[in-house]
Design a protein. Structure first.
Length: 94
């Protein structure tokens, strides 16, 4: 069972200050939003990540970008969402 790193606070506390002005939040997938896994398609997001991404995506002043070396379609299939996803070598959208 995956457990979120202990220093993370509950979503209601950690998101309280977000969205008070225009913001760009860029997050890496492998090793940040999801732990590394030998089988790359089993590298699923940490518990609570989907809820946090959902809450962030509802804030009109926040532009959320997910950064990865994976294809945008592959990452979207792991996250089950369609936020803008960037690649190191190009910009790709699903």
């Amino acid at each position: 069972m995956l457990v979120a790193p202990p220093h993370w606070t509950p979503a209601s506390q950690s998101l309280a200050q977000v969205g008070r002005g225009p913001s760009l939040l860029m997050l890496d997938y492998d090793g940040t939003l999801a732990p590394f896994h030998e089988d790359r398609m089993q590298a699923l997001p940490w518990p609570g990540i989907a809820d946090r991404l959902d809450r962030l995506s509802t804030l009109s002043s926040v532009h959320l970008a997910l950064i990865t070396g994976r294809s945008a379609r592959e990452l979207a299939s792991l996250l089950h969402r369609k936020q803008q996803i960037g690649r190191a070598s190009c910009r790709e959208r699903v």
